[in-house]
Each structure stands twice: as structure tokens, then as C-alpha cells.
Design a protein around this ligand. Structure first.
Ligand SMILES: [Zn+2]
Length: 418
């Protein structure tokens, strides 16, 4: 390139940055983005700029040059390390650091949009949690160590960190509902799916995903949310929050018997919510193909019948075959396939709107490997992943006995299940 071209590109880049940063002149910002695209090859930081552009809803709506490339929003924040800082705990800051280490790879530049989390307000926590419980957690702020129960502790910054984890889910849902991104991945801690309205347990303080579902109802008037919990443990907190409503279809696939002891087949919801809680208890040792079959032959038809507007996925990485707290046999590739299939179901039923929220998983290696595969699939699954997925799901393999039992129980609520 000639010197004059280079200098022209620099000038356009400077102008575009200013226009995008100001966020007050959508037409100008759109024109600047278009100019950037025309000189794309001349500008080294185009991916970064496109990321900035994608965070500007006006620009994004009018001009989105490659929607697939900008379709994943991710929250991962150093502040999540402040919960349980300085004490030994399985639910440690290394879990979020594992995801941060994946994102530090330059290969991720421009492939996803980092979304900044904001803390949830106490009034928002009250959508799911009781005032007494919120006050109990708030009172732990500043105290070096408080035990909520035998597994679940707080340190000085846990209250603020737990509110940030909830708010991270809200921030990503805003990005999804405002069409800034299509899919989301929230690498947050503390986890949330064991937290019930009146108590924290199982390392969980506030129920991030349940509050996310309530946020969708309150902020966006969403009528139907589907929760597909793929943590190795039963999502008892989410089940408790929505047991008597049909506004959330709460499904959990988990090892049983196991912690926390709930999640039996017969727990199907009550009152208006009867049939809207679906439990898939599994013995230990299930592997990639088993989970894909459950998604294909149970979750997909339920999603078709229920027609959710958004799908939320409490995503534990403790199905991983070497996890220390569970005994399932899912590989990192399996996590990639699971995420690709769930994303495809979301594309079919709800315009692709799906948010994964990290729950358990107690090996930094497992979180790193599985988290990378999940984010890759949410970003844009590779042709090899899609090919494997289609081959597995097209086979109509012999059904798992556990899956047949679930279908027997839920057929009366969901005639689509055969
Ligand atoms: Zn778990």
C-alpha cells in the first residue's frame, strides 16, 4: 500500500473510533463503520473496532457486516475472584481464571463481544429471594468468613460479587434482547442453581439463572423461558423458584442419587406449574452420546411444543469425565456438541436467543477445555462438529432407559413426546 493510502486509513480509523465512542450520532457511526469495512484490509484493528461497533445497538441494527462472527457475547470479569478470596475452597477463583485464560488467546480477538457486567440491585434479588435471606447475605459483607451452611461460605466481598454474578446475567440478556449479540456465555461465580428463595447452599449464594428468567419477565415482558440445566447436580433452587408456574419450563439433567438429593422423576411441578418441571435423573457414567440423545429426543420436542422466547442453560462443567465431584463421562468435544445442539434448538424455536451461565465444575483443566469448546460452538460450530452432531442425532439410536421413563411420565403433559 502507498503511504497516502495508509495515512487515509489512519484518518478513517481515528474518525470511526470517535464516532463509535460518542454513541450519540448513529448515522455517523453507521457511515464510519461502512467506511471501515471498505478499507478493511488496510486496518489492523478492524476486529476490535467491529467489536466496539457491535456494542452500539444503532450501528448494530443498521449495519451488521457479519452477524455470525459477532453473535457471541461473553462476561468474564476479574472481580469474580473476590468471592472466597484467600481461603481454600473447591469453588475457587481458579474456575473463572480458567475461562479468562481461554479468552487471552489472540485467536478469540474479534470472534466475540466482551460484555461488561453490572451488579444486581437488592430489589432485583427479591424477585426470587426472600427479604430475610437477602439481608442475611448482605450482613456478611466486610466479614472475613461466614458459613451459610456446611459447604457454602462467604468472605468480605462475597455479597457484592454474588450481586455482580446476577447482574452479569442481566447484562448479557440485555445484549441478547437488544440484538447486540445472539448468544451469550456468562463465566461467573459464585454459581447459583442450588440457591433457593430462602437459603443458599451447594456453593451457591443467589440464583443467577432464576433471577435471569425473572429479569426477562420484568424487564422485557417475556412470557415463556426454558431452562435446560446441564450441571451434574440437580438444579433444586431453580426448580423451587418456578415449581408452581408455567411461565418457566425448568428442566434438569443430573446424576442421581447425588447432591442435593432432589430431582426425582416424579417432581413435575404443581398447580399451574404441573408438567413444567422436568427432571432427568441419571445413574453415573453417562457419556457424550447419552446427553445428545436427551437433548434431541426430549429437550428439542419440549422446546418445539413450549415455544420459549429465550433458553437459559445453567452450565456446569462437572459432567466432564475427570471432575472431582461427579461421575459422568462427558468429554470436552462432547461439551462442544451439547452446546452446538442447544444453540441449534434455540435457532429453531426462539431466534437463536440462548444464554449459558457457568455453574459447577471443579477442575480448572476441565473448565478450560470444556469452556473453550462451548464458546467455540456458540460462536460458530465447526463443520466437523455439525457433521458429527447430525450423524449422531439422525441415527435414532436405541433410547436410554432413563429417557424412556421421563417420556412416560411427561407424555400426558406434552403429547409431542412419543
Ligand atoms: Zn454441579
Amino acid at each position: 500500500r502507498s503511504d497516502s493510502e495508509t495515512s487515509e486509513h489512519r484518518q478513517i480509523e481515528t474518525m470511526a473510533r470517535a464516532a463509535l465512542a460518542s454513541r450519540v450520532h448513529p448515522t455517523l457511526a453507521t457511515a464510519a463503520t461502512a467506511a471501515l469495512m471498505r478499507v478493511r484490509r488496510g486496518i489492523s484493528e478492524i476486529d476490535h473496532l467491529m467489536g466496539v461497533a457491535a456494542q452500539n445497538p444503532e450501528v448494530c441494527r443498521v449495519f451488521n457486516p457479519d452477524p455470525a462472527a459477532l453473535s457471541l457475547g461473553v462476561v468474564c470479569d476479574e472481580r469474580f475472584a473476590r468471592h472466597l478470596q484467600g481461603i481454600f475452597h473447591m469453588e475457587s477463583s481458579r474456575r473463572c481464571e480458567a475461562i479468562l485464560s481461554v479468552l487471552q488467546d489472540p485467536a478469540w480477538e474479534g470472534r466475540m463481544v466482551r460484555v461488561a457486567p453490572r451488579p444486581a440491585a437488592p430489589e432485583e434479588l427479591a424477585w426470587v429471594h426472600t427479604p430475610d435471606y437477602i439481608a442475611r447475605v448482605a450482613a456478611t459483607a466486610g466479614h472475613p468468613l461466614t458459613s451459610m451452611d456446611v459447604d457454602t461460605q462467604t468472605t468480605a466481598d462475597s455479597y457484592d460479587t454474588a450481586r455482580l454474578a446476577v447482574g452479569a446475567v442481566f447484562s448479557l440478556l440485555d445484549a441478547i434482547l437488544e440484538d447486540r449479540v445472539k448468544r451469550g456465555f456468562a463465566a461467573v461465580r459464585p454459581p447459583g442453581h442450588h440457591a433457593e428463595p430462602g437459603r443458599g447452599m451447594g456453593f451457591c449464594i443467589f440464583n443467577n439463572v432464576a433471577l435471569g428468567a425473572r429479569y426477562l419477565q420484568e424487564r422485557y415482558g417475556v412470557k415463556r423461558v426454558m431452562v435446560v440445566d446441564i450441571d451434574a447436580h440437580h438444579g433444586n433452587g431453580t426448580q423451587a423458584a418456578f415449581y408452581e408456574t408455567d411461565a418457566v419450563l425448568a428442566l434438569s439433567i443430573h446424576q442421581f442419587p447425588g447432591f442435593p438429593g432432589t430431582g426425582r422423576l416424579g417432581e413435575v411441578g404443581a398447580g399451574r406449574g404441573e408438567g413444567y418441571t422436568v427432571n432427568v435423573p441419571l445413574h453415573k457414567g453417562h457419556a457424550d452420546r447419552d446427553f445428545l440423545c436427551i437433548l434431541q429426543f426430549l429437550v428439542r420436542p419440549l422446546a418445539r411444543a413450549y415455544q420459549p422466547e429465550v433458553i437459559l442453560v445453567p452450565c456446569g462443567f462437572d459432567l466432564w469425565l475427570h471432575d472431582r465431584l461427579a461421575e459422568m463421562r462427558v468429554t470436552a468435544e462432547g461439551y462442544g456438541l451439547i452446546a452446538a445442539l442447544l444453540a441449534e434448538i434455540a435457532t429453531e424455536v426462539c431466534g437463536g436467543r440462548i444464554l449459558f451461565v457457568m455453574e459447577g465444575g471443579y477442575s480448572a483443566e476441565g473448565i478450560r477445555e470444556c469452556g473453550m469448546k462451548v464458546m467455540e460452538s456458540l460462536c460458530r460450530p465447526s463443520p466437523a462438529v455439525l457433521d458429527r452432531l447430525y450423524r449422531i442425532t439422525a441415527e435414532n439410536p436405541e433410547r436410554l432407559p432413563a429417557l424412556n421413563k421421563v417420556i412416560q411420565i411427561h407424555r400426558k403433559y406434552w403429547p409431542i413426546l412419543k
